[in-house]
Design a protein around this ligand. Sequence first.
Ligand SMILES: Cc1cc2nc3c(=O)[nH]c(=O)nc-3n(C[C@H](O)[C@H](O)[C@H](O)COP(=O)(O)OP(=O)(O)OC[C@H]3O[C@@H](n4cnc5c(N)ncnc54)[C@H](O)[C@@H]3O)c2cc1C
Length: 232
Amino acid sequence: MINCAGGNSLEIAKMLGLAGDYSSLHFRGEYWIAEKKHENLVNTNVYSVAKFTNFPFLDPHWIKRANGTTEIGPNAVPVANPETYSGYVGNISDAVSKIGQILSGSSKKLLVNPEFLSLISKEWKSSLSKNAMINRVKQFIPKVNPDFFVKRGTSGIRTPIISKKGEFVSEILELEGNNSFHILNYNSPGATGAPAYSALIVKKLQEKGFLNFQKTNQSFWNFDKIIDQINS
Ligand SMILES: Cc1cc2nc3c(=O)[nH]c(=O)nc-3n(C[C@H](O)[C@H](O)[C@H](O)COP(=O)(O)OP(=O)(O)OC[C@H]3O[C@@H](n4cnc5c(N)ncnc54)[C@H](O)[C@@H]3O)c2cc1C
């Protein structure tokens, strides 16, 4: 079994007796869509430098989508499960179980970390108030105005893994069980990295003999060529 179930992958690994030292938190990233007449105020993506460097979240940025529309986001609002796309609590039993996990697991150390609490209060504020969210972008694009945004975009949920020490794990975790392989903490820029990373995983599984249906060890992604291109 290959477990690459995103926000549920830690729970699945735990069902198979793995990753006992880890816990996870779910953060919803929300967006606001710019009205058509304002969408070209800036014609390129603009990212700011992260304020809280110990946590894997950038401040909301100015995003040009491939279809020409523009959005501001995402923030990072704590939610109960990887499917809480609206509201804050989601399913009540999930919320209660998540609170239980936090209080008994490594995440509880974060609750006494002042930097984390400061990040969370800022993120909550920008979820409850459109002005608070847009004003974060106004710091680096002064002409941006909350009135330019009348519609919310589609939210997404990130699930970073927390170590035993109560710290956000910065790297991907690959764990092997009996007849199972687990990919945890595959976070941003996971979408950008997906073609190369999935090729790497297929190659690793071939080399380990897990994918023994394929006789050649040739990857459909030419890593050496790409590394050469980056270096030149
Ligand atoms: C708000 C936000 C902004 C982001 N911004 C960027 C960005 O700018 N650039 C970038 O590169 N990346 C970005 N990312 C990260 C990127 O989206 C993720 O890293 C990537 O989607 C992770 O891919 P994945 O296949 O591991 O998980 P997912 O995309 O979450 O896919 C997991 C799949 O498993 C399924 N699944 C879950 N549980 C089960 C189960 N029990 N059984 C069967 N199937 C199951 C789910 O339905 C889902 O289809 C962002 C993510 C979010 C949420």
